[in-house]
Design a binder for this molecule. Structure first.
Ligand SMILES: Cc1cc2nc3c(=O)[nH]c(=O)nc-3n(C[C@H](O)[C@H](O)[C@H](O)COP(=O)(O)OP(=O)(O)OC[C@H]3O[C@@H](n4cnc5c(N)ncnc54)[C@H](O)[C@@H]3O)c2cc1C
Length: 484
């Protein structure tokens, strides 16, 4: 590909490869800042089946921050914020500090559809049936080649194209980690025996076998999870016969399963991209990290990557981003993914049927009776414990603020437009020349126990204090030069 022929302004600011949850969320975030976005999705139709996922607390908070939660809630089922870590059943600790302290179970295609709809409403263009097959970048932009040879041009490209990311491979970015050790079969189907009979057998098996379930998943339909070991060819889609075979091996009966809605196979490979950015091309979501689904974190992590990247990339395109801002995306999000990979490794060990692992599981189960231990694990899984490294300062610096009551209602209600926000209890501070990027709230709430706090568009605390000069330095650090 020769991109030197491109001398005019690219028609798009950002092309996003992949319209999964990460790509759709990123497109919407960019549109809040009027960035011209094109999303290229290789599938002609939105995903129709497969996996119920859980939106964890931090993702629910992000949705609330953009005014999306009311739209999403009716499509999901609220469940208690507990039993996330290695499926160890314990009631949620009372001290979970969030207005949204629950898990929202929701089918992945539904959340994907809602996010795509939201991005389109905000003005993103989505082209389906377009697979990114090549890329070349230069000083001004990126030329993206589709599998049919069409070439498109943009200033930046973001690969949100899943675990087998073409963009990551084209960049030559390494994806080191561990290959899958175990594979599982998961699907939805009908059963031929009464629920009571199933419940007793399943409860017995699950005392020792954690990689198994057979549970109601809607009217007349059951969700089934069994180990894939020993059945079917990895290269072929799993069959109902594979499920029957495994059910008979584990439970001594196949429960008369029939009429599958969908069948899938997944592994527990654990990998992390060596870099999230190569000049004008970035990676987010599963394209940057994969891990076993235990704890239900992958989609949440990807959506949160998009939330971190969106305003920074928009700032770059709008021309006000300080030089280092875009690099903070990798600096902040790669360690978060590293920690998620680690907690899924730990959880995977705890699911092993080996006696040693079972003993550690029993011990951890006891330890989780201490609220602080349980809270620590929950804060990891739900991502509300994240503290970005913004330098030395009070513990709150770098953390997210919960959705506090403020005079105007809820704090998150003031963040719908993806702008910064200065909370000022002193009523002496000002956002001055940054008022086109940062909002101001005087005397916000007694719940924020600091004189002044600057929130980034992603709701993380970027500064704490009462000194205007110090504040101005931090406004420059995060929001660039003042407009006047
Ligand atoms: C059994 C199972 C259960 C899970 N449960 C949970 C859970 O409870 N909670 C949770 O948070 N996560 C869960 N996950 C993980 C979650 O499904 C993924 O992490 C999530 O889908 C990642 O989103 P993404 O947008 O980054 O990538 P994807 O969802 O993979 O989307 C990538 C998109 O890019 C498109 N694409 C690929 N290549 C190209 C190309 N070359 N050009 C254009 N488009 C392309 C694809 O068609 C796809 O639409 C689970 C996963 C599994 C397997």
């Amino acid at each position: 590909m020769h991109s030197s022929q491109y001398t005019t302004e690219p028609p798009y600011d950002v092309i996003i490869a992949g319209c999964g949850p990460t790509g759709a969320m990123l497109a919407a975030e960019l549109r809040l800042h009027d960035v011209r976005v094109l999303v290229l999705e290789k599938e002609t139709q939105p995903a129709s089946a497969v996996r119920i996922v859980g939106l964890h607390i931090r993702s629910l908070e992000l949705m609330a921050m953009r005014g999306l939660l009311d739209r999403i809630l009716p499509h999901g089922r609220r469940r208690p914020a507990s039993a996330f870590f290695a499926a160890i059943a314990k009631p949620a600790p009372k001290s979970l500090d969030s207005r949204y302290a629950y898990l929202l179970g929701i089918p992945q295609p539904v959340i994907e559809g809602l996010l795509e709809e939201h991005a389109i409403e905000l003005g993103a263009k989505v082209r389906r049936g377009c697979a990114v097959a090549g890329l070349e970048q230069d000083d001004e932009g990126v030329t993206v080649e589709l599998s049919d040879g069409e070439q498109l041009r943009s200033r930046y490209l973001v690969g949100c194209d899943g675990g087998r990311s073409t963009v990551r491979k084209l960049l030559g970015v390494g994806f080191p980690g561990e290959p899958a050790r175990t594979e599982s079969l998961m699907g939805e189907m009908e059963v031929g025996v009464p629920q009571e009979q199933i419940a007793v057998t399943v409860a017995e098996i699950r005392e020792t076998q954690q990689r198994f379930w057979l549970r109601p998943a809607g009217v007349g339909v059951y969700s089934v999870l069994v180990p894939a070991a020993g059945v079917s060819d990895r290269a072929e889609p799993p069959t109902l016969e594979d499920f029957k075979h495994q059910l008979r091996a584990i439970a001594g009966t196949d429960f008369g399963v029939h009429s599958p809605r969908w069948l899938s196979r997944f592994g527990d490979a654990t990998r992390l991209a060596e870099r999230y950015r190569v000049d004008r091309v970035l990676l987010a979501g599963d394209a940057a990290h994969i891990h076993p689904p235990i704890g239900g974190q992958g989609l949440n992590l990807g959506v949160q990557d998009a939330f971190n990247l969106g305003w920074k990339l928009a700032a770059r395109i709008r021309g006000w981003a300080p030089d280092a801002l875009l690099d903070t995306y990798q600096a902040e999000r790669r360690p978060v993914a590293e920690a998620v990979l680690d907690n899924t490794r730990a959880q995977t060990e705890l699911l092993s049927t080996e006696p040693g692992a079972q003993a550690v599981r029993r011990l951890l189960t006891e330890l989780m009776d201490f609220d602080q231990v349980h809270l620590h694990l929950l804060e990891k899984i739900t991502a509300i414990g994240i503290r970005y490294d913004f330098g030395a300062g009070p513990d709150l610096l770098g953390r997210r603020l919960p959705d506090l009551d403020v005079k105007q209602g809820h704090l998150y209600g003031l963040l719908h437009h993806g702008r910064g926000l200065l909370l000022d209890r002193t009523e002496r501070l000002t956002v001055g020349g940054w008022s086109d990027r940062v909002d101001y709230l005087a005397d916000p709430t007694a719940a924020v126990d600091v004189p002044g706090a600057l929130l980034r568009p992603d709701g993380h605390v970027a500064w704490i204090g009462d000194d205007q000069r110090d504040l101005d330095e931090h406004l420059s650090r995060w929001f660039g030069k003042p407009a006047h």
